[in-house]
Design a protein around this ligand. Structure first.
Ligand code: NAD
Length: 224
């Protein structure tokens, strides 16, 4: 995953810290509701970072938890969601309804985590006008109007590498606030539009690197 992006809302965190907060949130989501406290060491053990790192990350979010007692899991969940911006729903457009785009569209987990795909776009004449998961596939020329009407703020980009930059430019011109790019290309966007690129091939390369060296060292923790 590439690391460019800032937020004008909430505390200013590094991308590495934001990534760890997402992991802490996974841990909190799985935490039994009847257990009213969670300690930094319990979070650290679940996520694979040091206790001190968890405490530093959470201290950056405010005065949370009590020394020797731990954190209130519900309060922590709320504060982390606010820091990550997932305390409120986000409306998302998806551009490129090919193999990957359709697979992402069918995934129910986005909606349950507050990301609603509200419009689909493609430039293929055979796809425009098609209905998928209750949404009409629209031509790119509709982007500005639909983004405005739907109040969409984020875009998922699943077009071929060659088309990605020009589509990203259209999205920016249409007022999108952030892009999740799956195309294997480094996009150039203006600084006010954050970009996250997902490239599973890079993740696989990281895995082969770790596998090759697994006998030499223990993998480093996720700490900064
Ligand atoms: P695909 O060919 O099945 O789908 C691409 C879709 O984009 C098609 O529907 C096509 O009509 C549409 N498209 C092409 N040009 C367009 C344009 N200018 N405007 C709008 N729509 C346009 O491809 P796929 O297998 O779904 O892969 C999509 C992208 O995701 C590719 O860039 C691929 O390399 C990438 N990919 C990334 C990962 C990852 O790990 N991040 C994994 C698989 C695929």
């Amino acid at each position: 995953m590439s690391d460019r992006g800032t937020t004008s809302e909430g505390p200013r965190l590094s991308r590495a810290a934001a990534h760890r907060l997402s992991l802490y949130l996974r841990c909190l989501t799985a935490w039994p509701s009847e257990v009213e406290k969670i300690s930094s060491s319990q979070i650290a053990a679940a996520v694979g970072v040091s206790d001190a790192q968890v405490r530093r990350d959470l201290a950056a979010l405010g005065h949370l938890g009590q020394r020797g007692i731990g954190y209130d899991p519900r309060e922590l969940t709320t504060v982390i969601r606010e820091a990550l911006g997932t305390h409120r729903p986000w409306r998302v457009v998806l551009v490129g309804v090919g193999n990957l785009g359709r697979a992402l569209l069918r995934y129910q987990g986005f909606r349950s985590q507050g990301f609603e795909i509200v419009a689909l776009f493609d430039n293929h004449p055979a796809k425009v006008g098609e209905s998928l998961e209750g949404l009409l596939v629209r031509p790119l020329s509709d982007l500005p109007a639909v983004i405005h009407q739907e109040g969409a703020e984020l875009a998922i980009l699943t077009v071929p590498r060659e088309a990605a930059q020009s589509v990203a430019d259209c999205l920016v011109q249409s007022g999108i606030r952030g892009i999740l790019n799956f195309a294997p290309v480094v996009l150039r966007l203006p600084p006010h539009v954050p970009l996250v690129t997902v490239d599973l091939a890079i993740q696989l390369e990281q895995l082969t690197f770790l596998v090759q060296h697994a006998h030499e060292t223990v993998s480093p923790p996720l700490d900064e």
